[in-house]
Design a binder for this molecule. Structure first.
Ligand code: ZN
Ligand code: ZN
Length: 343
């Protein structure tokens, strides 16, 4: 079968490898959609800079896979033709994190993420553990499913963490794919208004065109504009999806008194005037990393119920053969989501 590995130096390498055979508890998934995540760019494509959970071991890339079961190993409940989303980390299954469904947080040596330490979705077939698989509702497309497997799951988890509801106004800093997901899901949870901030005019324009935000503000003036828009109160729920220090600072400072702020954008640092910006204003700041298997299942059910389609934020689709162009497009960081698709 065809596959893609990422050797670093912003290169994409095409390889041919045998089709794997599912063992006990495993399924072989025929890939239908495999999207590119910001962390693929940041930690693997440009250079292999990840450590620990983000160490790339030269495997088939792609940690946002979605497809159809084509073969099953012994003792498996899924059957051929089942459409599945892959929760992209396989933990030990026994530690506290794993037992809560947060296999992302497993620290045992056996932990492996698809596309990082075991083969991922940038190939014609993916060998998956059955317990990594969640059934994709009929109403959702394979591209919808791929987007749920990391980016939408990550946005969803952060919104749940800070309890976003119809009682909130929501600020999202960073309107890349995770930020767009947060805006879409935050609105579905009832948040209003939903305000976005990004330094890229094309990303602001995309968020407005898709109708995911009520306002899309540029970086520098964002804080004073938010003050005006909210009569100085700020927003009760804020979420940074950029990882940039300036954007994190805007998110915290735009949080209303007693409000909640969550960080999901990775990397970097931020300086906080703790007394002025947090303590005296009773602000809570949360870190949130990917999501759990149960919360990903809940998200799939909610998307089905709401009739929402994550693939709305996909701006570029490429075949596996054009993975090079796909990565270059994603690396430019001015588009919406980039997805490899089959057929
Ligand atoms: Zn990811
Ligand atoms: Zn574990």
């Amino acid at each position: 079968m065809r596959g893609v590995v990422l050797p670093g130096g912003s290169r994409v390498e095409h390889v041919t490898v045998p089709v794997p055979e599912p063992g006990p508890g495993q399924v072989l998934v025929g890939m239908k959609a495999s999207s590119i995540c910001g962390s693929d760019i940041r930690s693997i494509y440009r250079e292999h800079v990840g450590h620990g959970a983000e160490a790339y071991r030269g495997v088939i890339a792609g940690h946002e896979p979605c497809g159809k079961v084509v073969a099953t190993g012994d003792g498996v409940h899924l059957t051929s033709a089942d459409r599945v989303v892959i929760y992209h980390i396989v933990g030990c299954g026994l530690c506290d994190e794993c037992r809560h469904g947060y296999e992302i947080g497993c620290t045992q040596p056996s932990r492996a993420a698809y596309g990082w330490q075991r083969d991922g979705g940038h190939a014609d077939f993916l060998l998956a553990e059955e317990r990594s698989c969640l059934l994709l509702p009929d109403s959702l497309s394979f591209v919808d499913g791929a987007l749920v497997s990391c980016g939408f799951g990550t946005a969803w988890e952060a919104l749940l963490r800070i309890g976003v509801s119809g009682q909130d106004g929501l600020l999202v800093t960073g309107l890349g794919p995770v930020g767009l997901a947060a805006a879409m899901l935050g609105r579905a949870l009832g948040a209003s208004p939903v305000i976005g901030v990004d330094i890229s005019s094309s990303r602001r324009e995309l968020a407005m065109t898709l109708g995911l935000v009520d306002q899309a503000l540029a970086g520098d003036a964002a804080l004073s504009e938010i003050e005006q828009l909210t009569s100085g109160a700020g927003l009760s729920a804020t979420l940074d999806c950029s990882g940039a220090a300036a954007a994190r600072s805007i998110a915290i400072r735009a949080t209303a008194r007693w409000g909640r702020c969550a960080f999901v954008g990775e990397g970097g640092e931020v300086t906080i005037d703790v007394s002025q910006e947090m303590i005296h204003r009773q602000v809570s700041v949360h870190g949130s990393w990917v999501t759990s298997v149960p919360n990903m299942k809940l998200l799939l059910a909610r998307l089905d119920h709401w009739g929402l389609h994550p693939e709305q934020i996909v701006t570029h689709r490429f075949s596996l053969a054009d993975a090079d162009a796909a990565y270059q497009t994603a690396d430019a960081a001015v588009s919406g989501k980039v997805c490899l698709v089959w057929e």
